[in-house]
Design a protein around this ligand. Structure first.
Ligand code: ZN
Length: 165
């Protein structure tokens, strides 16, 4: 088990675009294991590889006591119907939530740990979590997705929690 430090805003790695994975080998399996351990220890419901400083297109998600690992994930369709909901991010602060507008439904495509292509349509918390993680892998965090007012409020709250030393 390896719980790795989670990179926090404003770490520049969170703004980096991750690179596609060509070979799903032992190294990727180990990365997935460490990402899952780190996500559960936080605890959180999703983690993208660049949140632990690895620039690979890999994410783990568990919204319903079912660990899912996705390699080279992409969202191939977003519903026009959107909804506002509060969202948190382990790279901002587990205690700070902000309103993010997301598509209600998505169509998602990725490879699993065995290299098989998986494709499905989903909604609810899983759709929101996958949009959040795919954003991470493209260098986008919730502070970039929320309104300017929410961003200001969150940054102020964040500053009050960070000791100035
Ligand atoms: Zn996040």
């Amino acid at each position: 088990m390896a719980v790795l430090p989670i990179r926090k805003f404003p770490d520049p790695v969170l703004k980096e675009k991750t690179l596609p994975v060509k070979n799903i080998d032992e190294e990727i399996h180990k990365l997935i294991k460490n990402m899952a351990d780190t996500m559960y220890a936080a605890p959180g419901v999703g983690l993208a590889a660049n949140q632990i400083g690895v620039l690979k297109r890999v994410t783990v998600v568990d919204v319903d006591e079912d660990l899912m690992a996705f390699i080279n994930p992409e969202i191939t369709w977003y519903s026009e119907e959107v909804e506002d909901s509060e969202e948190g991010c382990l790279s901002v602060s587990p205690e700070i939530q902000m309103v993010v507008t997301r598509s209600v439904k998505i169509r998602f495509k990725a490879q699993n740990e065995r290299g098989e292509t998986v494709e499905f349509e989903t909604d609810g918390l899983l759709a929101r979590a996958l949009q959040h993680e795919v954003d991470h892998l493209s260098g986008i965090i919730i502070l970039d997705r929320t309104s300017p007012e929410e961003r200001r409020r969150a940054l102020k709250e964040l500053a009050s929690k960070t000791p100035l030393i």
